[in-house]
Design a protein around this ligand. Structure first.
Ligand SMILES: [Zn+2]
Length: 273
């Protein structure tokens, strides 16, 4: 699933391709992709509109329209976007098409069908409950310490909770916990002040590096021009089960936390000090 660096990279590439272009009509090839409002209203409200601003919040892409409504998209597992001439043949998993009046299409393709589109007057309706952006100043050691003090769940699952911090998924949770040398199953409330500070710093470092490298390409992630990111070459533990830890040589271990594959160095990230 695309996480913060992938969503930001896609949005950065997409923005110049769609900004200020008039949407003439919308074709929902698979109508359930539209979460709200109902399909006919969704199509009517978008007719003749232009995207005048784009933003990312967590893993959501927000598109402000020239009537001040917001189109919001979430790619979930396999969502992809591209802008092509309307004469280009459709792909089997194309779900939603925005037709520009100048003859190009903005197409949303999604093999697994978990991606969703929303059209709302107030984006808070969709993104209002998200926690702070991990790269913002609001996300600091004081904030995280306050949250973790009351939480006994595994730190890995807390990092995946979008209400605590927005935009982190499986890859960057594992990589951040490794960089901070914290076992993914440690209860949130057991982390010391120093560990919390190290974890916040690790999250910011990892995400900033992944943004520079245009994200991690494992299977489905593609930028709108079909190109890939390169952070997969920088992964230290994620999907490296059994390989030597790049820092100490111990074999990387895999466990399941909150239903998700989790990778860590058993020597440098001990469960009990
Ligand atoms: Zn190690």
């Amino acid at each position: 699933m695309p996480e913060l660096p992938e969503v930001q990279t896609i949005l950065d590439a997409l923005t110049p391709l769609i900004l200020n272009r008039e949407i003439q009509s919308v074709t929902p090839l698979w109508p359930p992709v539209i979460d709200r409002p109902e399909r006919v209203l969704f199509q009517q409200w978008l007719q003749g509109r232009r995207v005048i601003e784009t933003k990312r919040r967590g893993k959501y892409m927000l598109f402000r329209l020239d009537d001040d409504r917001w189109l919001i998209l979430h790619l979930r597992m396999t969502g992809k976007m591209r802008v092509v001439n309307a004469s280009e043949p459709l792909r089997p998993h194309d779900r939603l098409i925005f037709h520009f009046s100048d003859g190009d299409d903005w197409r949303f393709e999604d093999q697994r069908k978990f991606g969703r589109a929303y059209l709302v007057e107030d984006p808070a309706e969709i993104v209002g409950k998200l926690g702070p952006e991990p790269l913002s100043d609001t996300f600091d050691a004081n904030y995280l310490a306050r949250i973790l003090a009351r939480r006994t769940a595994a730190i890995k699952s807390l990092l995946l909770d979008q209400r605590i911090v927005a935009g982190i998924g499986n890859i960057y949770a594992d990589e951040s916990l490794f960089l901070a040398r914290i076992h993914p199953l440690r209860p949130g409330s057991s982390l010391t002040q120093d560990e919390i500070a190290a974890l916040v710093a690790a999250i910011k470092t990892i995400l900033a590096q992944a943004l520079t490298e245009m994200g991690t390409t494992l299977r489905d992630y593609r930028r709108p021009d079909g190109s890939t990111g390169s952070f997969q070459n920088s992964l230290q533990v994620f999907r490296r089960t059994g390989e030597p830890c790049p820092s100490c040589g111990a074999p990387i271990q895999r466990i399941v936390v909150a239903g998700r594959s989790t990778h860590f160095c058993p020597r440098e990230q001990p469960l009990h000090g």
